[in-house]
Write a protein that binds this ligand. Structure first.
Ligand code: IPD
Ligand code: CA
Ligand code: CA
Length: 264
C-alpha cells in the first residue's frame, strides 16, 4: 500500500470535508432525523460527508473497501485488502445541539493491521494523525503524553453517563477514587484526550467500529492499553465495549473493580 499517497489524500479530503461541514453549519439548512429515538440522531451532513469520502475512495482506490456508519452499502465484517473505517460525524448529538465537540474519525487498515489514523476536530481545526511507526501528531506536533503512567488516584477518567448512573462494574466507585471524571459525548475525541494525556482512561460499554478505529490505531502506536472492558483483545470490525488507558490505570480498573464484579 502506498502509505504516503494515502496520507496526502486522506488529509486533503478531511480538510475538504471539514469545509463542507462548516458551510452547512453557516447555511443552517441541514435536516435532522431520529434513528432509534430522540437521542440517536443523524443529519443530512453526516450522509453528505460519508458520500464525499465514498466517491473519493472509489475514484482513487477502487479496490479499497469502506466501512462507515450511515450507508448499508458500507458494511463489511471482515478485513480484505485495504479497509477505510469512517465516522463521517462522530458526536452527531453535539453537532446538532452545540455545533461543536464533534469530529470526523478515520482509520485505515491493511488486512487487520492499522496503518493510518486521523481524527479531525472540525470546530477547533485540530487534526490528530498517525502513520504507524512514526508516532502520533496533533497539527504536526508530535504527541508527548502529559502524565505517562499515573496511579488511579492521580488520574482523570472519562466515562459514559450510563456507566456512572448505574455504577456499572463499580466503575463509578473507581471514578470517585480518581482525581476527576469527565464526559464529552464524542468517543473519538474522548479517545484523543487519552492519546494526548489530557485524560488517563476512557471507558464505554458499547461502541461501533467507526467510533474506535482511529483511536485504536493511535493507542497501539503509543503503547497504551486498549481492550474490551473484560481485558480481551479488540477486533475493530466488531461492536463492543472499550477501555483505553495508561498501564497502571488500566490494571487498577481491571483488578480492583471490573474483575471483582460479574460482567453483564
Ligand atoms: C456516538 C458518540 C458518543 C458515544 C456513542 C456513539 P455518533 O457516535 O461517539 O460519544 O457514546 O456510543 O454512538 O452516533 O455521534 O456518531
Ligand atoms: Ca460515532
Ligand atoms: Ca456518526
Amino acid at each position: 500500500m502506498n502509505t504516503k499517497e494515502i496520507d496526502r489524500l486522506a488529509r486533503e479530503w478531511l480538510l475538504e470535508a471539514g469545509a463542507i461541514i462548516k458551510q452547512e453549519v453557516a447555511e443552517c439548512k441541514y435536516q435532522i432525523s431520529e434513528k432509534t429515538g430522540p437521542s440517536d440522531l443523524v443529519t443530512s451532513v453526516d450522509k453528505k460527508i460519508e458520500k464525499f469520502f465514498a466517491k473519493k475512495i472509489a475514484e482513487f482506490f477502487p479496490t479499497h473497501q469502506l466501512v462507515a456508519e450511515e450507508d448499508d452499502a458500507h458494511k463489511f465484517s471482515t478485513f480484505k485488502g485495504v479497509t477505510w473505517i469512517l465516522d463521517p460525524i462522530d458526536g452527531t448529538l453535539n453537532f446538532v445541539q452545540q455545533q461543536a465537540n464533534y469530529a470526523i474519525s478515520l482509520g485505515i487498515f491493511e488486512e487487520n493491521h492499522g496503518q493510518l489514523a486521523y481524527v479531525f476536530d472540525v470546530e477547533r481545526g485540530s487534526v490528530y494523525s498517525c502513520i504507524v511507526g512514526e508516532g502520533v501528531f496533533v497539527d504536526n506536533v508530535k504527541v508527548e503524553r502529559l502524565r505517562v503512567d499515573p496511579s488511579l488516584e492521580e488520574s482523570l477518567l472519562i466515562m459514559n453517563f450510563g456507566i456512572i448512573a448505574s455504577n456499572y462494574l463499580n466503575l463509578a466507585d473507581a471514578g470517585r477514587r480518581a482525581r476527576a471524571v469527565r464526559l464529552y459525548g464524542v468517543a473519538s475525541l474522548e479517545m484523543m484526550a487519552v492519546i494526548v494525556g489530557q485524560a488517563d482512561g476512557y471507558i464505554s460499554r458499547s461502541l461501533m467500529p467507526w467510533d474506535i478505529a482511529a483511536g485504536y490505531i493511535m493507542a497501539k502506536e503509543l503503547n497504551l492499553e486498549v481492550t474490551r472492558i473484560d481485558g480481551s483483545e479488540i477486533n475493530v470490525l466488531e461492536t463492543g465495549s472499550l477501555m483505553i488507558a495508561s498501564k497502571e490505570v488500566h490494571q487498577t480498573l481491571s483488578t480492583d473493580y471490573i474483575k471483582k464484579t460479574e460482567i453483564n
